[in-house]
Design a protein around this ligand. Sequence first.
Ligand code: FAD
Length: 376
Amino acid sequence: MRYDYLIVGAGLYGAAFAHEAHIRGKRCLVIDRRGHVGGNAYTEEICGIHVHRYGAHIFHTDNKKVWNYVNQFAEFNRYTNSPVARYGDELYNLPFNMNTFHALWGVVTPEEAKAEIDRQTAEARERIKGEPKNVEEQALLLAGRDIYEKLVKGYTEKQWGRRATELPAFIIKRLPFRFVYDNNYFNDRYQGIPMGGYTAMVLKMLEGSDVRLSTDFYKDRASLMREAENIIFTGSIDNYFDYCYGALEYRSLRFETELVDTDSYQGNAVVNYTEYDIPYTRIIEHKFFEEFGSAPKRSEAGKTVITREYPAMWQRGEDPYYPLNNERNNDLLKQYQDLAWRTPGVYFGGRLGKYRYYDMDDVILDALTDAEKLMG
Ligand SMILES: Cc1cc2nc3c(=O)[nH]c(=O)nc-3n(C[C@H](O)[C@H](O)[C@H](O)COP(=O)(O)OP(=O)(O)OC[C@H]3O[C@@H](n4cnc5c(N)ncnc54)[C@H](O)[C@@H]3O)c2cc1C
C-alpha cells in the first residue's frame, strides 16, 4: 500500500507534520539521511548527559498553543538561559543587564548605568558624523566603547569571518539593554529543555509513522517517490531543484565535542568567548541544561561533556545551518518558490525547505499550520 506522505527529514518539522498526519488517519514514511531522528535538535546520551550534538538547543516560546503541543510529548524542565561572556579573565552576564553594567563600571543603580552608556555613546557621536559606515561605528553609537570592545567586537568578527570595520552597519540593528538584575536571556513566557532529551521527544512525535534512517532522498529518489502520494520535503529547496537557479548561501558551524574528567568545566551551560583571538565563539557544557544547583544528578560523577562552537564558511555538500537572508538569496528563493508552486504533490517545510531562520517553536507552528492547510 502506498503511503499518503513521504516526509523527507526527521527533524522537528517532519516529526510534527508526521504526528498531525497520523492523528488524521494518514500513513507516513519518514526518512532521514542521518542515522538518527531529531534533525539539528538531536541529543545523544554520554555518561548520563544529554549532549546537544548540533549546538545548544533551548526551547522558548510565547505561543501557548505551541508550548502545550510540545508538552504532550515530553515534560520540560525549568532551564533558563543565562549565558556568561568571557573576555580574557573577565566574566560578564548576558544579556546586557544591571549585572553586566555593575561588573563593567561598578555602577549600582539603573540611573548610573544609563548615565555611563549615555556618556560613552555621546563620545562616539562626537567622533562619528553622519550615518555609521560599518558595524564598529554602529555598535559604538549604540553602546559605547566598553561594551563594543569587550562584548561585541571579537564575537561579531568571529561570527562573520570579517573585521568589524569591514562589516556593513545593518548587521547590528540594535543592542538591547535591560536595566534590571535579570540574566534570563529570553523574554518569552515559556522556556525549558525536554527532560530525557530532544531525541526521546521526537521519537514520541513519530509514533505511528514508519521511519527509515540513513536514507538519502537523492540516492533513491525515483523509487521513494513511487512509495507515496505526496512529499513533504524539509531539506534544502535549492538542492531539491538541482540548484537550477544557483545555490542559496548559508552560514555554517563546526562543533568539537570533548568528554572531560571533571564534575564541572565552566559552571554554566553557555559561555561566550568574546575575544577575537580565541577561535571558537562559545563553549557549551551540556549537563547544565538539566542539572541545577545541588539537586540530585543523573550524570556520572567526575565526568562532563563540553562542545566548542566554531563559525565556519559553508560550502555545497556540507550541513547548512543558518540561512543568509540577504537580497540576493531572497530573490533566488522567490524563483525556487515559484518552481515549487508549479511542482504538484511536493511541499517544502522547515528551516531549509522554507529557507528561513526558524527557532524550534516557529518550526512547530509552521508544521501545524501547513498540516491544517493540506489536510484540514
Ligand atoms: C547551532 C544551532 C543552535 C540552535 N539553537 C536553537 C535554540 O536554542 N532554540 C531554538 O528554538 N532553535 C534553535 N535552533 C534552530 C533549530 O535547530 C531549528 O529551528 C529546528 O531544528 C529546525 O527543524 P527542521 O525540521 O526544520 O530542520 P532540521 O532540524 O535541519 O531537520 C531537517 C532534516 O532533514 C534531513 N535531510 C535533509 N536533506 C535530506 C535528504 N536529501 N534526504 C534525507 N534527509 C534529509 C536532515 O538530515 C535533517 O535531519 C538552532 C539551530 C542551530 C543550527
